[in-house]
Design a protein around this ligand. Structure first.
Ligand code: TYD
Length: 208
């Protein structure tokens, strides 16, 4: 019998520790014998890598609606060609960012309406929603300190002002409050091992 696939997305501001948690979760799931597909948005496919380069590294302005459509285009291709086939095989998909990031980031610019962005993404993904979304919640000041310590060049969104990141955080928290069954919200200042244990608990319950 093929095992049921499971789709887990990890969300949160830049510097919240999504990659660390994704890696710990992947290692644990593999140790239990599950096949894991690790992926991300934007940039989980070949087409997505090209789109990622435009949205994150293009110098100069991209019109807000164009930016929202580029993320949605990446998402449409990613869900259709990578996520759905993996779930159909019974794999566990661990995905860094999904449509909640679009609502939080593109909506936080105040130009676009959050429900329009969500509808656009749902249209792109033919309504697909994850089984579980882990939100690593971090206040913008701690996030900024972590990014500064990283010593990597900032991408376009990381370079936005603290006020923007505060709005992104609030947007994520409202999304989580609206869908408590899909989301688990964790305080990202907790030690990584503790966070990983909390994530494992929710994933175990979701695997049923
Ligand atoms: P991420 O891959 O987490 O960046 P990094 O490689 O630095 O860890 O995310 C890239 C950026 O894309 C992040 O600042 C948030 C942004 N983003 C959106 O604005 N909208 C979206 O729909 C998605 C998926 C990401």
């Amino acid at each position: 019998m093929t095992e049921r696939g499971l789709w887990i997305t990890i969300e949160g501001g830049d510097g919240a520790g999504k990659t660390t948690q994704a890696t710990l979760l992947e290692e644990w799931l593999r140790s239990t014998g599950r096949t894991v597909v690790r992926t991300r948005e934007p940039g989980g496919t070949e087409v997505g890598v090209l789109i990622r380069d435009i949205v994150l590294h293009h110098r100069g302005d991209v019109a807000p609606r164009a930016e929202a459509l580029l993320y949605a285009a990446d998402r449409a291709h990613h869900v259709a060609t990578l996520v759905r086939p993996a779930l159909a095989r019974g794999d566990v998909v661990i995905q860094d960012r999904y449509l909640d990031s679009s609502v939080a980031y593109q909506g936080a610019g105040r130009v676009l309406d959050a429900s329009e962005i969500r509808d656009l993404s749902l249209w792109a993904a033919e309504g697909a929603l994850p089984d579980l979304t882990v939100l690593l919640d971090l206040d913008p000041a701690s996030a900024r300190a972590r990014l500064d310590a990283d010593d990597k060049p900032f991408d376009r969104l990381e370079a936005e002002k603290d006020e923007f990141h505060a709005r992104v955080r609030q947007a994520f928290l409202s999304l989580a409050a609206a869908e408590p069954d899909r989301f688990v919200v964790l305080d990202a200042t907790r030690p990584p091992a503790e966070l990983a244990a909390a994530v494992r608990e929710r994933v175990t319950a979701a695997l049923g």
